[in-house]
Design a protein around this ligand. Structure first.
Ligand SMILES: [Zn+2]
Length: 442
């Protein structure tokens, strides 16, 4: 006797399905059954159509469907400052342009900047991001409303700023964030000491203790430039990595952003401690910081993930272009075209990003896992003829081919629109907030 079909919320038809599962299966004419935000089944479309009676169907049969991309380093609200200062060294960019502008931030501006960033990320296939900034409660409001998944960090540093007056206040805000997000299915708290050059040793070790006590991730900027190591040696008698290690900041729940200026001993220490690195190739290129030793890190067994950094230093929050850039840059740096091949580049944008956030269910499409995915329009000329879907994702796609982005089973972006969001209203309010801070009309 034939079994009656099983109910499910949505049956997604996928022309090509790049699962990024443990065996990197790629299925053609596939489907995904989604229930309660999770994947109930995936397999041949014909088979799933017989097995399931869905409440809704989503036809992505003309699309290449892959896991939602994971952006492991950004400062989302810095969209407010996009284009404010380009073509300047990091120290000038920070102290003469960004910090003065950040002094004028308000919670509402941060909420609007983050919300716009979420729209930008969704439209280019990102479903999860790690954010580190000020006014983290406003960031959480925006992330909550966006429907995205996120790891949210209160930035901690010892420079006068609009968000908090004292380091104690930053810790109080981190405490409140941990309490607010307890048990949340999409948002997780973390802590982000800004860098060794903006935090005292005491504050850095206090952040490490906080992360351990609360069981949350710790992320920080580290080894973005060679100068950062030179200054750290002068100030503290050690390079950045051994200094962070001595203060208790390295470990399997630590994610270092940038990791450009790393020597062999640093890399060995990251591998020993299980510390991950968020590679931000376009930000590093734009600021002339250098090229992270991604191949050496991977060979040593360090988890490498991808990040866009903030929109004031990149200037786009597009993980597809980071993926392309990361792959090309490793080849340029080494003169070896076999470095960071397409599959490895797609891995760092998906599975490895999830691993780096200690959220290993993400970044892959598998039964029982979250239904977080994006879909590329395979009818676009740049994705034809479609001989190798992984190659197309890394070397041909720009992110502009994204037709649909889903998080936890909900469609958050579809064909240029954001269901449930008054995008024109958001854009107008965002532009006004940016003009109010930068003093420049858009
Ligand atoms: Zn950053």
């Amino acid at each position: 006797m034939e079994k009656p079909p099983l109910p499910c919320d949505t049956l997604v038809a996928a022309g090509v399905l790049v699962t990024q599962d443990d065996t990197r299966r790629i299925l053609r004419d596939a489907a995904i059954a989604v229930t309660d935000g999770h994947i109930a089944a995936l397999g041949p479309a014909k088979e799933l159509r017989e097995r399931f009676a869905p409440a809704e169907t989503l036809d992505l049969s003309g699309c290449l469907v892959l896991p939602g991309l994971v952006n492991t380093h950004t400062h989302a609200a810095m969209t407010l400052f996009r284009g404010l200062c380009d073509d300047a060294p990091l120290s000038v960019w920070l102290s003469e342009h960004i910090w003065p502008a950040e002094a004028k931030l308000s919670a509402e501006a941060v909420r609007l900047g983050t919300r716009l960033a979420c729209a930008e990320m969704l439209a280019s296939g990102t479903t999860c991001f790690l954010d580190a900034y000020l006014f983290v409660d406003a960031v959480a409001d925006a992330a909550e409303a966006s429907g995205m998944r996120a790891v949210l960090c209160q930035g901690v540093f010892e420079i006068a700023n609009a968000g908090f007056k004292t380091v104690d206040a930053a810790f109080a805000s981190s405490e409140a964030l941990v309490a607010r997000l307890a048990g949340h299915d999409r948002l997780r708290p973390a802590i982000f000491p800004h860098a060794v050059y903006t935090c005292s040793a005491k504050t850095l070790s206090r952040c490490a203790a906080f992360a351990r006590d609360k069981g949350v991730l710790l992320s920080t900027h580290a080894c973005e430039t060679a100068k950062e190591n030179d200054d750290c040696v002068k100030a503290n008698g050690a390079r950045v990595i051994p200094y962070l290690h001595d203060l208790g900041l390295l470990g399997p729940k630590t994610l270092l952003a940038h990791g450009v200026a790393l020597d062999a001993a640093d890399i060995a220490r990251l591998a020993q401690t299980g510390t991950a690195v968020s590679h931000c190739p376009r930000s590093n290129m734009k600021l002339g910081s250098g090229i992270a030793p991604v191949a050496a890190l991977s060979r040593a067994g360090v988890t490498v993930a991808l990040g866009t950094d903030g929109a004031a230093s990149n200037n786009a929050l597009n993980v597809f272009s980071e993926m392309t850039t990361a792959a090309l840059l490793q080849k340029v740096a080494s003169g070896d075209p076999t470095r960071l091949e397409a599959q490895a580049a797609l891995d760092i944008a998906t599975r490895d990003g999830a691993n780096a956030l200690s959220w290993p269910e993400l970044g892959r499409l598998a039964v029982g896992g979250p239904a977080d995915l994006c879909a590329l329009d395979m009818t676009r000329p740049q994705l034809a003829p479609g001989l190798d879907p992984v190659s197309d994702c890394v070397y041909a796609a720009s992110g502009g081919e994204v037709r649909c982005t889903m998080v936890a089973g909900k469609v958050l972006y579809r064909d240029g629109a954001f269901p449930g969001l008054d995008y024109p209203g958001l854009l107008a309010a965002f532009r006004e907030a940016s003009a109010g801070i930068t003093g420049r009309a858009s």
